[in-house]
Write a protein that binds this ligand. Structure first.
Ligand SMILES: NC(=O)CC[C@H](N)C(=O)O
Length: 366
């Protein structure tokens, strides 16, 4: 069946429908990862996005039980050069097409994704629609113009009640703004006693859990849409070690008086070089963000820039001058992508152990 992708600048591309047959609106971004479509389409950070995959073939190794980054995918659509209907992989349990149908997510293939990516790079991220209907372009553009920007993504993807993933190690309160399973896996591998709390949990409730450290998760949308988070982070960082990832990094910056801004087309992929300025070392990282911390806004804060993106010099990591709190814009849990940065979880847990010793000088069990 024929489908069209229409962008707010009037671009109209015709391709072939796969996945759900449904009209879907979203922010059209491009992702440069060469593998990992299952992880990317189930990363809650993508809630509200139509993702153009720059790697030309999608679906060729199918979908398996184990590589999801959330219980369900939240993407608003996927754009591919070529979609493979007959996957070949020993782990494959279903096709990309059937997964998208199951969750009512439309896909469009046979699109010139190189041209589309260049257009997004030139004009910046644009809103768009995938549709199989024959609605005239002018009518669709008018609907796009009138549609308010989505601001409720975090409340859609966050858990709505507290749950535990028990362990015998450090007790970590993880604030779920749209957490990827990769972060839970990294903490579980290190025996953490994890309590996941909804995005709007008050600081007092989190304090009552008596955590040893706080992780602020990744998540979708504009950090400024998560209004109550700033105050919560401000309170928690006075008492506990804090590690922010992705949206958690941006909220940590806002909580310290810095500012964030929208990027032209963001960083989405599994091959972004980041420089650790203190260690003078470069890592290849997984990234997925459309917002960034404004460099000039750091000046009068207690924050220090620890990491920079090699391609465009944007801020990729921060730490507090005096408190045991730090954050990274990229994804140290990879999923998908290189695991160069998993040492950050060890770094955080070392800080947590120091904190435990400070609070309980005789602690021996951890
Ligand atoms: N990686 C993330 O958590 C993304 C943060 C935020 N939604 C952004 O697009 O910038």
């Amino acid at each position: 069946m024929k489908a069209r992708l229409i962008l707010e600048d009037g671009t109209e591309l015709t391709g072939k429908s796969f996945g759900a047959v449904r009209e879907s609106y979203g922010e059209v971004i491009f992702n440069t990862a060469m593998t990992g479509y299952q992880e990317m389409l189930s990363d809650p950070t993508g809630c509200g996005q139509i993702v153009t995959m720059t790697y030309p073939l999608q679906g060729n190794y199918g979908i398996n039980r184990d590589d999801f980054e959330a219980v369900r995918p939240y993407l608003h659509g996927i754009v591919a050069r070529e979609h493979c209907e007959y996957p070949s992989n020993f782990r494959s349990q279903q096709t990309l097409d059937s997964l998208l149908k199951e969750y009512d997510i439309p896909g469009i293939s046979e699109i010139d994704t190189r041209m589309l990516t260049r257009r997004i790079r030139d004009k910046g991220t644009m809103r768009g629609v995938i549709t199989t209907k024959n609605t005239p372009v002018e009518e669709i553009l008018e609907t796009l113009r009138l549609r308010p920007a989505q601001t409720d993504q975090v409340s859609i993807v966050s858990t709505n009640r507290i749950y535990c993933s028990p362990g015998r190690g450090a007790r970590i309160a993880l604030i779920d703004y749209g957490v990827k399973h990769g972060i839970l896996r990294e903490l579980s591998n290190r025996h953490c006693d994890i309590t996941v709390v909804p995005y709007n949990t008050p600081a007092k409730t989190i304090e009552q859990l008596r955590p040893d450290g706080i992780v602020l998760s990744n998540g979708p949308g504009n950090p400024k849409d998560v209004t109550q988070a700033v105050e919560t982070v401000q309170q928690l960082m006075q008492t506990f070690p804090v590690f922010g990832i992705g949206l958690g990094h941006q909220l940590f910056a806002l909580a310290n008086g810095a500012d964030t801004e929208k990027m032209k087309f963001g960083h989405h992929g599994a091959n972004h070089a980041v420089k650790d300025v203190e260690q003078d070392r470069v890592m290849i990282t997984a990234q997925s963000h459309g917002y960034t911390v404004t460099p000039a806004s750091i000046e009068n804060t207690d924050l220090i820039v620890t990491h920079l993106a090699v391609n465009d010099g944007t801020i990729e990591g921060l730490k507090h001058k005096t408190l045991p709190a730090f954050s990274v814009q990229y994804h140290p849990e990879a999923s998908p992508g290189p695991e160069d940065s998993s040492y950050l979880f060890d770094h955080f847990l070392n800080i947590v152990v120091e904190y435990i010793k400070g609070v309980h000088p005789n602690a021996t069990t951890r």
